[in-house]
Each structure stands twice: as structure tokens, then as C-alpha cells.
Design a binder for this molecule. Structure first.
Ligand code: NAD
Length: 510
């Protein structure tokens, strides 16, 4: 256990270095706290509803100009953003640690992910390919073209306060879309830092970038609702809880806006009889305990074959007991604080429900004496469950790992898929048939399915997102860019006759 030093001065000096001006703060603004100490860092000036509408209007005007800038030139802006992020990596990573409580390597890792998606998007800016398609009509050509879509609204969650913005923004910008961002009300400081970094890239880029190409809305969900409801916002990429998704999805559908929904997960791993248990142990510990259980891809359910249960689970319980909890800035700390009191209360409630449902709880509870009365450090909990019951089918955004046994593979898959969320998943096995069945059509029903690695820690090259109550959205790599553009199918007749498709005849005199 480590003691915690104040966070405020360090956060403020990083903000100054990043170029965030005094105008960003106001005495009556939104409070920004550090979960490391619970102390208030600053009050951030909130965006009024009228100002939010003006930002959206300006972004729409910017769209009319930005869509005509050639895509590789748009890519140059993202290349500059990547350079600025490289230069600011230490400061921004540290600010993520101070505002969210991630350990230092994870704060830096989040910024590295931003740099990676910029590199990816720069290459993409020369690869927004459409197909040329065989046509049944003589002297015709059929092709598809990809065009900018419009203003892209980004609503992000507290736990990846900057990476999620970059997944969306790097792609949106090369695709020709301005971005209006509503970060979590729990993480306004990192948002201000990112906006200042982007401003530097914009200043270097020059006149091709219109005013209003990027807008920042500081506020709570009411400000997010303005983005959801505004018809000038063509796409909303919303990351957060499934509860949030249930509220925003019908509104977007009602106005036929495009939605990328990245919602809650309840990720599981199966440990099969042939698993390499040493490897599995390390992967499970990182996926379940890392980031204090506050990743959307955190491992929350472990389904262990009865033949290896008594070997693996006591080792896990031991590992849980020895994990270093404390100030995330201190070397050696593996688990930092929960984001706030609500998160801690949610964890306590879930553990009480698990006990009532017949579970045996190892760990859990508050670590006293760390960080002050408004800082919430919790011991990660491992809960042995008789079956998948009580709170186990639902996401609690805290470090709780439920463990249960299985006998045969089909039962394991049924348990695995028997929850509402469908984000990430994994199997530990050396049996190639099991591995292939797990990633096959009748295996894991998640958007991410891994073999012999845990469910958390994705790379930007693959499309990221999940099925079912996770919302079905895809961001980041692979072909996720197509979600940020509109597709047109074009048929060009370069002949002198007018053959109709499917042999239809329509001859008129004249
Ligand atoms: P949250 O749902 O409380 O808030 C997320 C964002 O949505 C915030 O910016 C919030 O202001 C906004 N919001 C909430 N209700 C809204 C509404 N009705 N209209 C418009 N905006 C609204 O989530 P959180 O506590 O910040 O984050 C944790 C949750 O996010 C977890 O469930 C986690 O699994 C999920 N998450 C998912 C992914 C993913 O990619 N699937 C990534 C990160 C986090």
C-alpha cells in the first residue's frame, strides 16, 4: 500500500503546459476531481445549451467546406495531430492518470493508442476505396463511391477519456466529417488537454481547415442530448453504459441518424481442461484486476472446467490477496482508485447480492487510509458462484470476478453467451477443436473473441465493438471507417442506347 500525494498542482501545471487557457475555467463551472485523492482540481466552464447549438451550427458550416478538401490532404491534419500527441504523450498520459486514476503505464498506453489510430487513419486517407462492379448492361460502368457523411457527434465515457475520442476523430476527419465532442462529465480536464493539442495541429495545418471543424461541449447528459437531437448531426458515436444506449438509440432512430453504439460489457473467459494454467493465471489477473476493473472489456466472468478448478482458483485467490493497491503514480502499483463513491457503492451492492445468491467472496471492501475521505480504493474481489446467478449476468463497473464451474464444452458456451452483453470474450485451451469452435459461428457471440489471451487490451487495427446489449457499433480499425461515410452506387452509361436492367422494355415514340 502506498500513500497519496496531492494531485491538484500537478494537474494544473500539465494543463498550462498543454496550452489550456484560463478561459476554460469558471468559479461556477463543473467540478473536476482526482479520484487519487478525491480533491477538487478545478471548475471547468460548462457549455450552455445555446452555445452547444452554435458549436453544432459552426461544425455543419465547416462540413460544407471540409468535404471538398481531398482526403489525403485531410490525412495530413491527422498526421500533424499524431505528431502533437507524440510530443505531448507524457503530459497527457499523466493527466489521464490524475483524472481517472489509471496506473502510469496505462495512462501512457491510452495516449499511445491515440498515436496508433492517427497513423492508421493517415494511411487510410489514401485508401477510402470503393468497388468497381460488373454491370449487366453494355457500355455501362457501375462503381461505388464513398463520400463524407456530415457532422459526427462523439459522446464518451469516463474510463477511456481520450482514446475513444481519437478512434472516432482520426477516422471522422480523414472521412471528411467535422467532430463535436461531449466527453464524460467526470473527465473534462483531459478533454480540454486534447482539444488544445488538436488546436496546435490545426494551427500548423493552415487554411484548409475551416473554423468549427472540431467542437467541445462541456457538460452532463443534457448537453449530450442536444447532440442526439440535432438534425445537423448525421452520426453519433456514443460510448457508455447500456442504460445510456437505451436512451439515445431510439432518439437517433426516430430521426434516422446513424449511430455507433459502444455500450457495456460482461466479458467472460472459459478455462478448458487443456489450458496452460500459468499463462491463463497472468491473463486473467490482468484482465480482471487491471484498470481497477473499469474497462469495458474487463474480465467479469470466469467459467472453469471442473477438472482444473481446484488447481486454478486457489492460485487466483492468492494472487488477488497480493495485488498492490495504491497511488497509481507510484511504481509497482497495479490497482488505483475507483472513479467515485457511486462506483464503490455499486461494488458493495453487487458483492452483497452475490453472497445472498450463494457466492463465496474473496477480497472486496474499501482500503482505508488511502487518499482521503473522498477517494475510493477497493480490494479486487473474486467470487465463487454456484452457478451464473445473482449479479453475475449484469455488468458492475468495478473489480469483481465471478467464477463458476462447467462440465462439458456446450454447457460452457451456453453459460458464456447467456448474458445480455456481447463485447469481448476468450478461451484458454490448447485443444484446436475447442479454440476453433469458440471463434466459430456457434461459439462466442461477442464482437471480440480471443484464444489464449484475456478479453481486454485490444489493438487499434481490428474493428472494436460488441453485439447484443453492447450496441453493435464498430470503431477503430478494419473497415470501421465506412460507418463515417455515405456510400453511393453510380452507374454511368457511355454508350448510345438505353438498355434497362433485368431486360425491362419501355419503348416510347418520339
Ligand atoms: P455513462 O453511460 O454514465 O456515460 C457515458 C456518456 O454518456 C457520458 O458522457 C454521459 O454524459 C453521456 N450520457 C449519459 N446519458 C445520456 C443521455 N441520455 N443522452 C446523452 N448523453 C448521455 O457511462 P460511464 O459511467 O461514463 O462509463 C462506463 C460505462 O461505459 C460502462 O458500462 C462501460 O462498459 C461502458 N464503456 C463501453 C465501451 C465500449 O467501447 N463498448 C468503452 C468504454 C466504456
Amino acid at each position: 500500500m502506498t500513500t497519496t500525494a496531492p494531485a491538484r498542482e500537478e494537474a494544473l501545471s500539465i494543463l498550462r503546459r498543454l496550452g489550456v487557457g484560463e478561459g476554460a475555467f469558471a468559479d461556477d463551472g463543473m467540478p473536476a476531481r482526482s479520484p487519487i485523492t478525491g480533491e477538487m482540481i478545478a471548475h471547468v466552464r460548462a457549455t450552455s445549451p445555446d452555445a452547444a447549438k452554435a458549436v453544432i451550427a459552426q461544425a455543419h458550416t465547416a462540413f460544407l467546406q471540409w468535404r471538398n478538401v481531398p482526403a489525403p490532404r485531410r490525412g495530413e491534419l491527422v498526421r500533424l495531430l499524431g505528431e502533437e500527441l507524440r510530443a505531448a504523450k507524457d503530459d497527457l498520459g499523466r493527466l489521464v492518470t490524475l483524472e481517472v486514476g489509471k496506473v502510469v503505464s496505462e495512462g501512457l498506453g491510452e495516449v499511445q493508442e491515440m498515436i496508433d489510430i492517427c497513423d492508421f487513419a493517415v494511411g487510410l486517407s489514401r485508401q477510402l476505396y470503393g468497388f468497381t462492379i460488373a454491370t449487366e448492361r453494355r457500355d455501362h460502368r457501375m462503381m461505388e463511391t464513398w463520400h463524407p457523411l456530415g457532422v459526427c457527434g462523439v459522446i464518451s465515457a469516463f474510463n477511456f477519456p481520450v482514446a475513444v475520442w481519437s478512434w472516432n476523430t482520426a477516422l471522422a476527419l480523414v472521412c471528411g466529417d467535422p467532430v463535436v465532442w461531449k466527453p464524460s462529465e467526470k473527465t473534462p480536464l483531459t478533454a480540454l488537454g486534447v482539444a488544445a493539442i488538436l488546436d496546435r495541429a490545426l494551427a500548423r495545418f493552415g487554411d484548409d481547415a475551416p473554423q468549427g471543424l472540431h467542437g467541445l461541449l462541456i457538460g452532463a447528459r443534457d448537453i449530450g442530448e442536444i447532440l442526439i437531437d440535432d438534425p445537423r448531426v448525421a452520426l453519433v458515436s456514443a460510448t457508455g453504459s447500456t442504460r445510456m444506449g437505451r436512451e439515445v438509440a431510439p432518439k437517433l432512430a426516430a430521426r434516422f441518424a446513424r449511430a455507433i453504439l459502444e455500450l457495456g460489457g460482461n466479458n467472460a473467459a472459459i478455462v478448458a481442461p487443456s489450458a496452460d494454467l500459468d499463462l491463463a493465471l497472468r491473463a486473467i489477473a490482468f484482465s480482471a484486476i487491471g484498470t481497477a476493473g473499469q474497462r469495458c472489456t474487463t474480465l467479469r466472468r470466469l467459467i472453469v472446467h471442473e477438472s482444473v478448478y481446484d488447481n486454478l482458483v486457489p492460485r487466483l485467490v492468492k494472487a488477488y490477496g497480493g495485488v498492490a493497491i495504491g497511488d497509481p503514480r507510484a511504481a509497482g502499483t497495479l490497482v488505483g482508485p475507483l472513479i467515485d463513491a457511486d462506483a464503490f457503492d455499486g461494488m458493495e451492492r453487487a458483492l452483497a447480492e452475490a453472497t445472498a445468491a450463494g457466492g463465496t467472496v474473496h477480497g472486496g471492501g474499501r482500503v482505508e487510509g488511502l487518499g482521503g475521505p473522498d477517494a475510493f480504493y477497493a480490494r479486487p474481489a473474486l467470487v465463487e458462484m454456484p452457478t451464473q446467478t445473482g449479479p453475475m449476468p449484469h455488468e458492475t463497473f468495478a473489480p469483481i470476478l465471478y467464477v463458476t464451474r462447467y462440465r462439458d464444452f456446450e454447457e460452457a458456451i451456453a453459460l458464456h453467451n447467456g448474458v445480455g452483453a456481447g463485447l469481448s470474450s476468450s478461451i484458454f485451451t490448447l485443444d484446436i477443436r475447442e479454440a476453433e469452435r469458440f471463434v466459430g459461428a456457434a461459439g462466442s457471440d461477442c464482437g471480440i473473441a480471443n484464444v489464449n489471451i484475456g478479453p481486454s487490451g485490444a489493438e487499434i487495427g481490428g474493428a472494436f465493438g460488441g453485439e447484443k446489449e453492447t450496441g453493435g457499433g464498430r470503431e477503430s480499425g478494419s473497415e470501421a471507417w465506412k460507418g463515417y461515410m455515405r456510400r453511393a452506387t453510380n452507374t454511368v452509361n457511355y454508350g448510345t442506347t438505353l438498355p434497362l436492367a433485368q431486360g425491362v422494355k419501355f419503348d416510347i415514340d418520339g
